[in-house]
Design a protein around this ligand. Sequence first.
Ligand SMILES: Cc1cc2nc3c(=O)[nH]c(=O)nc-3n(C[C@H](O)[C@H](O)[C@H](O)COP(=O)(O)OP(=O)(O)OC[C@H]3O[C@@H](n4cnc5c(N)ncnc54)[C@H](O)[C@@H]3O)c2cc1C
Length: 500
Amino acid sequence: MATQPSPEKSQQSTGKHRVVVIGSGFGGLFGTKALRRTDVEVTMVAKTTHHLFQPLLYQVATGILSQGEIAPPTREVLSGQDNAKVLLGEVTAVDLDAHTVTSQVLGRSTVTPYDSLIVAAGAGQSYFGNDHFAEFAPGMKSIDDALELRGRIFGAFEMAELGASRGENVDHLLTFVVVGAGPTGVEMAGQIAELAHRTLKKDFRAINTRHARVVLVDAAPQVLPPFGKKLGEKTKVELEKLGVDVVLGAMVTDVDERGIEMKFKDGRVERIDSVTKIWAAGVAANPIGRTLSEQTGAPLDRAGRIAVNPDLTLPGHPDVFVVGDMIALDNLPGVAQVAIQGAKYAAKEIDNRLKSKPSQGPFHYFDKGSMAIISRFRAVALIGNLRVTGVLAWLMWLALHLIYITGFKNRVTALLHWFVSFIGRGRSERTTTEQQIFARSALGRLKRGAADLVSDPGAYDAARAMLETTRRAELEERAEEEARLTDAGERGVPVEQRVG
Ligand SMILES: Cc1cc2nc3c(=O)[nH]c(=O)nc-3n(C[C@H](O)[C@H](O)[C@H](O)COP(=O)(O)OP(=O)(O)OC[C@H]3O[C@@H](n4cnc5c(N)ncnc54)[C@H](O)[C@@H]3O)c2cc1C
């Protein structure tokens, strides 16, 4: 039976103030970077080895960008910051009394002590209590999601070509449903429409990809509600010009392998047959929020976001800051700038305390505006009271995303790929594999996920030691017998004639 060794303590401390940062997303990375000149040792604990620029996930899913362009290795990004180290692991426990964070990777457990903690673990997809939908309608939160969707989207065209060659009806394969008409849903629907109607139009023989149907479904009465009615209406018109069916006021009540079922306000129920569904509808804050809530009494809202003090700390724990998508404060939206500004604020607060400087006072969010791309050369932007649409908004989107993509080489290659996709009609990243589509389901069938595919901690060494001992005994015994045969002159003598 495998033995579970006690958790490893994270590397010895230098005696400096220890800041632990949970997460390598916008909050985690910008918080760590903001501490670069502070006399502290920072340990970033994150469950992936990369920083992820989520706003461009849909471009990975639709073959415009590669995953490396939007997800640089955190270790490389922080390589020049001497006071920061990166630790791979999924945080499974935070002990606010013991001041420790416990993380796991492949069954290996690590405990990291902290003096100050910044929690920036973000949010996941919410299926509003219907988690079984996830198998048939992946969300868009991670590189795995984007690559799986890429495989499913391009795979659907391939299966349609095969089916059509045999004379079968392939409408269900050429129908793509995006659930959720927020920025991610709009961007995804727009890109699939461009892919089908423009990029792939010459690549198939048995099917006409221009006949593919893209449907954007939402229970709300308009698209992009946070952008206001006017921009919402404008976006709907633009999507329809691209050939997207926009179905509003429709609540998705079931999702299965072959399609979705939706119910309208008047009780009407409709089904859309579609193999490829994408869920861009809801978010649920990271479950770490629940453990923090249980230990502090800070309430969680319906999306699982934790109520924090105006200075982003937890009640009764001034050493613990929570930032970004995990917090419920002043109706702040779940956007990158809230995470970035919150993390920078927390880092400054830690710096001030160490230098015995006064606090900055409550955290104030500066809204720099929001934008969503509809297709090439078409976007909408809301900056204060200013509403921008069309090419100008698209150019603003382009400039802003180039600024925020981490890493110079990523900026250069992203620009190159945008040129290929938006000026030409190509997509540089169309490669997909069977594993990208099915690996998640296969891993899901294992009891402990990927941990079932490797030996338990220490088990490999123990098995090797055991093997070595038995093998040594075997070799010694054989050598002894060989010597005895020679000394007794028994070589060449039939076994039955041997004496003794
Ligand atoms: C598809 C999509 C498009 C978006 N588009 C836009 C946009 O156009 N503009 C905009 O402003 N915002 C956009 N957002 C929202 C924006 O990305 C988030 O608001 C922002 O990422 C929040 O930052 P965060 O640091 O709170 O969380 P994240 O950036 O999500 O980072 C969370 C980090 O925590 C890690 N983590 C999670 N759980 C654990 C754990 N248990 N242990 C260790 N590490 C853990 C994750 O791996 C990740 O590194 C978009 C989001 C998505 C999903």
